[in-house]
Design a protein around this ligand. Structure first.
Ligand SMILES: NC(=O)c1ccc[n+]([C@@H]2O[C@H](COP(=O)([O-])OP(=O)(O)OC[C@H]3O[C@@H](n4cnc5c(N)ncnc54)[C@H](O)[C@@H]3O)[C@@H](O)[C@H]2O)c1
Ligand SMILES: O=P(O)(O)OC[C@H](O)CO
Length: 429
């Protein structure tokens, strides 16, 4: 009895102590000015978390600017205070909502939409890139001119490109780094722009609804001269402990590759759904898919950590995208159209079903295929190869099952360097 009372008292004391310590605002010596480049679904959802943090952390400039590709929006019923069409940036700033890409979600007042890139990025110390890279690339020289010279970046872009010169992988974070590095006027030395990535099981609308999500931040920033750990500082700016929990790792390459490659598998998951197959089939596809993702990373990238695949950017993002993502949805539409004898092009599916959002998975499927073909490695990747053949070469959708069969010679073995070896198959007469 006495023990029970003591324990209750102790728990009460602990709770009140925890309440006292519940919120310790982080402190950093150097100020932070955040710019978000892109205002699609995920740009707007990420901006929610960042702008809320910027408003409450003393080290952050409370205003967060979001570069918005300007579009004329037709204002629907219920938006009475606007004429029939209005510029997207003006709607975001007046109504604090992005009606095209994240409808029905209130954005913080301190988030300012800027259609002018110079204004958006002026003196920014932390740049968050979240738009299709084809649109971002031409913007980089302007960003470089106006950003803070000590700026760093985080890419949320889930793409991977085939480098025809090296027959290797071109990571987006590396392309951003190249685009924003410069020679310092003071000493003529090169200043390499540091760029990490944030990838994870992060469907934008769910984050915006406040549903609990995790994400993986992969950065290798340094401690700056004032003693701020820029890895942790970046995590703190992006993290929302209640609903958007960000965990740090250092494996930028593996994290980024996972974010892009899972989109290929999600297209295959859409094929499985279009065929009306069940959860077992999709689970098999995901299992084999993550093995091919890992094999691809080991074949084409250096320093990828096996543990990355069990982070949110790995297994969890694969699951959420294969269950609820746009790539899965478009894969299903494609499969059903083929099965019904009225095939649709990927462009028309994107145009008719994504309301201005972009379908990355099929483009990544093609890039990955070209890369594997250039290295004569297609036979080691039966699932990637099959998804490509169905998506681009008119192979029957139900042949996706052939992609789930792993031939003996493709059994993955790992040697000391963690690279794939092909088992020699000896045939006897
Ligand atoms: N939407 C999600 O749920 C989600 C979740 C996690 C990661 N991501 C990744 O984030 C990135 C951005 O995704 P998203 O859904 O925010 O946007 P998106 O990829 O669907 O692209 C739409 C964006 O492109 C912009 N755009 C269109 N045409 C343009 C042009 N000509 N010039 C410049 N910009 C133009 C639009 O303004 C809009 O901001 C992608 O790499 C995606 O894989 C998305
Ligand atoms: O909607 P998708 O298929 O582009 O996937 C969204 C996100 O990448 C999920 O994390």
């Amino acid at each position: 009895m006495i023990a029970a009372v003591r324990s209750t008292v102790f728990r009460g004391q602990l709770r009140s102590q925890l309440r006292c310590f519940a919120y310790v605002p982080p402190t950093f010596s150097t100020p932070e000015k955040v710019a978000i480049i892109g205002s699609g679904s995920f740009g707007s959802a990420a901006a929610l978390s960042v702008a809320r943090n910027a408003a409450r952390f003393d080290f952050c400039d409370s205003e967060v600017r979001m570069y918005t590709f300007e579009e004329e929006i037709t204002v629907g019923d219920g938006v009475v205070s606007f004429p029939e069409t209005e510029k997207l940036s003006r709607i975001i700033n007046k109504k604090h909502e992005n009606p095209k890409y994240l409808p029905g979600v209130k954005l913080p007042d301190n988030l300012v939409s800027c259609p002018d890139l110079l204004t958006a990025c002026l003196d920014a110390t932390l740049l968050i890139f979240v738009m299709p890279f084809q649109f971002l690339k031409p913007l980089l020289p302007t960003v470089r001119k106006v950003m803070d010279p000590e700026a760093r970046g985080v890419s949320l872009i889930k793409e991977v490109h085939f480098d025809e010169e090296t027959l290797g992988v071109k990571l987006i974070s590396k392309q951003i780094q190249d685009g924003l590095s410069f020679k310092k006027e003071t000493d003529g030395r090169d200043r390499k722009f540091p760029c990490g990535v944030l990838m994870g099981a992060n469907i934008a609308s769910e984050i915006a609804n406040g549903d609990f999500s995790e994400s993986t931040l992969a950065t290798r920033f340094r401690v700056n001269e004032e003693g701020d750990d820029l890895n942790e500082k970046t995590r703190i700016v992006l993290n929302n402990t209640e609903s958007f929990r960000v965990y740090s790792i250092r494996d930028v390459e593996g994290c980024e590759a996972c974010g892009a490659l899972k989109n290929v598998i999600a297209i295959g998951a859409g094929f499985v759904d279009g065929l009306g197959m069940g959860s077992n089939t999709k689970a098999a596809l995901m299992r084999i898919g993550i093995q091919e993702m890992e094999r691809f990373c080991n074949d084409f990238l250096d320093g990828v950590e096996p543990s990355t695949f069990s982070e949110s950017c790995g297994m969890a993002d694969l699951i959420t995208t294969c269950v609820g993502g746009r790539n899965r949805k478009c894969g299903e539409i494609f499969a059903k159209a083929v099965i019904n004898g009225a095939p649709l092009s990927w462009d028309s599916i994107e145009e008719d079903h994504l309301n201005g959002q972009r379908l990355r998975g099929v483009k990544t499927t093609k890039q990955v295929h070209e890369l594997l073909q250039s290295q004569d490695l297609l036979r080691l990747y039966p699932l990637f190869s099959k998804i490509y053949s169905i998506a681009y070469d008119g192979e029957p959708v139900d042949s996706i099952i052939d992609g789930l069969y792993i031939p003996n010679e493709v059994i993955m073995t790992k040697n000391g360097s963690n690279r794939v070896e092909i088992e020699e198959v000896t045939t006897t007469a």
